[in-house]
Design a protein around this ligand. Structure first.
Ligand code: NAP
Ligand code: MN
Length: 267
């Protein structure tokens, strides 16, 4: 039998580095080949840290097809089920297949500039669209090609269900069960006056509808954030945001329950 390859990332803090040493030692004893560098032959990725470290690892591997497990070392830890003291149980349950794979959908933005160039970004949590620095931004919004509103405010978050508990939740968006494959479009400080009219609550879109965004003429810079990674664009003609074909498979151990996790972390 060829050995399984496991890639392990950690976020560099002391506990995570110690947890990495323990995990590597135990996995090696169990006959696995452990590496700190991702290659496409990897059978499993383990990420030690918090949600930020988890997102970083996923982006570093460019949304890998193999399963990913998270070990939480004292951060919020929405994507993690394992604690540093649970490594024995984790390896035992991984080997006996006592886990479920949670498939998380991602969101994709395609940016087209006036020069005809296109750029693509994928987010596991969300795609956020904002203007230049901290100025308000004015965006024409369409849904499935139908013009809907001109948004004015600080920006828009287009969150997946997995990302609904992150930035989306901080600005008043709803918590969505990750079994729902949808996009939640949440306004950040929308203006509502006789001068400007925007939706004040989140709207929910099914997976087969896309959101079209056309910046008003005066917007000379648009900032796009995918999972907190910022890119700036000038001369943006349009942005299309939709559910992406890419998904992430998260290892969920026995006992995982989304709503219990929400209660534990937020209430
Ligand atoms: P960060 O600004 O250092 O931390 C943001 C916080 O969000 C951390 O506590 C992080 O957990 C938590 N988080 C990340 N994904 C989550 C999820 N799916 N559900 C619940 N909580 C989650 O940035 P970061 O750690 O690199 O994470 C990037 C994310 O930050 C972005 O995708 C965006 O959602 C979020 N963000 C939030 C705000 C806000 O709430 N006002 C503003 C900008 C960005 P850990 O402590 O475990 O890392
Ligand atoms: Mn963080």
């Amino acid at each position: 039998m060829t050995s399984k390859k496991i890639t392990v990332f950690h976020n560099g803090d002391e506990l995570s580095a110690r947890t990495y040493d323990t995990l590597k030692q135990q996995l090696t004893q169990h006959g696995y080949i452990v590496s700190g560098e991702y290659s496409p032959e990897t059978d499993l990725i383990v990420c030690i840290g918090g949600d930020g470290a988890f997102l970083k690892a996923i982006h570093a591997c460019d949304f890998p097809p193999c399963p990913i497990a998270g070990i939480n070392t004292g951060h919020l830890g929405f994507f993690q089920d394992v604690l540093p003291d649970d490594i024995d149980r984790f390896i035992q349950q991984y080997e006996s297949g006592e886990y479920n794979l949670q498939r998380l959908n991602t969101v994709r933005a395609i940016i087209e500039t006036e020069d005809g160039e296109t750029f693509e970004h994928i987010g596991l949590n969300e795609i956020t669209i904002k203007g230049r620095h901290s100025y308000s931004v004015h965006l024409f919004i369409s849904i499935g090609d139908k013009p809907i509103e001109k948004f004015s405010g600080d920006g828009l978050i287009v969150a997946t269900s997995a990302g609904s508990t992150a930035y989306n939740y901080s600005v008043g968006g709803s918590i969505a069960d990750p079994r729902l494959n949808l996009l939640q479009v949440t306004p950040i400080a929308p203006m509502n006056t006789t001068a400007y009219r925007s939706f004040t609550s989140s709207i929910l879109l099914p997976a087969d509808l896309s959101l079209g965004v056309v910046p008003e003429q005066r917007e000379n810079q648009i900032n796009i954030m995918n999972d907190g990674i910022e890119s700036s664009y000038t001369n943006v003609k349009s942005i299309e945001v939709r559910v992406s074909d890419t998904s992430v498979s998260l290892i969920r151990l026995k006992g995982y329950d989304f709503w219990s996790k929400v209660k534990d972390k937020f209430l």
